[in-house]
Design a protein around this ligand. Structure first.
Ligand code: ADE
Ligand code: ZN
Length: 329
C-alpha cells in the first residue's frame, strides 16, 4: 500500500489520458489531429509552460457534456486512490470550456457528481478549486466568477493558473476579494516561470493561503525566510518542473533545499497525464533522484494533509495514518 497522502495541486484537465481523449472524441464526434494514442503521446515533448498549455487547451475540445466531466474526474480519482491519495483538492479551468460554448454549470455539475461519489467509490475526500486563466482579462475572471455563483456550493476555493510571465497576480485583486467575501479559500500559481515578486504579490494582494509551485522563491532569501516563518504551504510538482523545463533534471530539483530551508513543501502531480506520473510516481521519482529517506517522505505526506483545506478532525485522522505507516523494504 502506498504512503497515504493528499494531492493539492492537480488540474483535472491535465488528467485527461490519451485513451480517454480518444474515447470522448469518438463519443462526441470531435475530430482529433492525431491518428492514435501513440501519436498523441509523441506530442508530449514540451519546451516550456506555453508549449504544454497549447496542447492542454486543444485537447479540452473533447470535453462537452456533464458525463464527460464526470468520467474525467472519476478516472482521475480511481488512479489517485491507487497511488495512496486519500484527499484531493482539484483545480478546474472553467474559461477553457465556456470559451468553447460549454456552460459552466455543465462543467461544475459533471465534476461535482464524480466528487460526490469519490469517498464511497474510491475512499478519497475532495475539494474543488475554480481557477482563473491569468492570461485572460480581469473582466473575464469576474464574469466567470459571477456565472459560477449558482454553483458555489460545490466550490471550495479559487486559484490562478495558465501562462504566468507578464500576468502578475494583482490583476486579479477584485475577483479574489469577491471570492474571499463568498467564504472561499484562495490559492494561486506563482513562481513557476514567473519571478519571486509574483509570490509576494499573491500573498499580499490576493491573500492566498497556499502558493502553487513557488519554486522561484529560492532566488529571494528574504522571501524564503517569510514563507518559512509564516509556514505558507508550497505545492511543488517535481515531474512537471522537469517536463516544462523549470529545472534541468530531477537530480537538480531544489525540493531538498526547500525542505532544508524550513518551507512547508508538498509533492503533487500537476497534470499527470502529460508529465509522466501521478502522485505516488512523483514521490517515488524524488525519493530516487534526491535520495530522500523514509522519514522525509513521511514529512512530505504529513505536510500534504496539514496544508489541505480538510476540517481539523479529518486532518488529525489522516496525520495519524501517515504516522502509523510502515514503509516496505
Ligand atoms: N495549467 C495546467 N497546468 C499548469 C501549470 N503547471 N502552470 C500553469 N497553468 C497550468
Ligand atoms: Zn499547476
Amino acid at each position: 500500500m502506498p504512503l497515504p497522502k493528499a494531492e493539492l495541486h492537480l488540474h483535472i484537465e491535465g488528467s485527461l489520458e490519451p485513451e480517454l481523449a480518444f474515447a470522448l472524441a469518438a463519443r462526441n464526434g470531435v475530430p482529433l489531429p492525431y491518428a492514435s494514442t501513440e501519436e498523441l503521446r509523441h506530442a508530449y515533448s514540451f519546451r516550456d509552460l506555453q508549449s504544454f498549455l497549447d496542447l492542454y487547451y486543444a485537447l479540452t475540445a473533447v470535453l462537452r457534456t456533464e458525463d464527460d466531466f464526470h468520467d474525467l474526474a472519476d478516472a482521475y480519482l480511481r488512479r489517485a486512490a491507487a497511488q495512496g491519495v486519500r484527499h484531493a483538492e482539484i483545480f478546474f479551468d472553467p474559461q477553457a470550456h465556456t470559451s468553447r460554448g460549454v456552460p459552466i454549470g455543465t462543467v461544475i455539475e459533471g465534476l461535482g457528481r464524480a466528487l460526490d461519489q469519490a469517498e464511497h467509490r474510491h475512499g478519497v475526500t475532495t475539494r474543488l478549486i475554480l481557477s482563473f486563466l491569468r492570461d485572460q482579462s480581469a473582466e473575464s475572471a469576474l464574469a466567470t466568477f459571477e456565472s459560477a455563483r449558482p454553483h458555489l456550493h460545490r466550490v471550495h476555493g479559487v486559484g490562478l493558473d495558465s501562462a504566468e510571465v507578464g500576468h502578475p497576480p494583482a490583476k486579479f485583486r477584485e475577483v479574489y476579494r469577491l471570492a474571499a467575501e463568498a467564504g472561499l479559500h484562495r490559492v494561486a500559481h506563482a513562481g513557476e516561470e514567473g519571478p519571486p515578486a509574483y509570490i509576494t504579490e499573491a500573498l499580499d494582494e490576493l491573500g492566498v493561503e497556499r502558493v502553487d509551485h513557488g519554486l522561484r522563491c529560492l532566488e529571494d532569501p528574504a522571501l524564503v525566510d517569510r514563507l518559512a516563518r509564516e509556514q505558507v504551504p508550497l505545492t511543488v510538482c517535481p515531474l512537471s518542473n522537469v517536463r516544462l523545463r523549470c529545472v534541468d533534471t530531477l537530480a537538480d530539483h531544489p525540493l531538498r533545499r526547500m525542505i532544508d530551508a524550513g518551507l512547508l513543501v508538498t509533492v503533487n502531480s500537476d497534470d499527470p497525464a502529460y508529465f509522466g506520473g501521478y502522485a505516488d510516481d512523483n514521490f517515488a521519482a524524488v525519493r530516487e533522484a534526491l535520495g530522500l529517506d523514509d522519514e522525509t517522505l513521511r514529512t512530505l505526506a504529513a505536510n500534504s494533509f496539514t496544508a489541505s483545506f480538510l476540517d481539523e478532525e479529518t486532518k488529525a485522522a489522516r496525520l495519524a495514518e501517515v504516522a502509523a505507516y510502515t514503509f516496505a523494504d
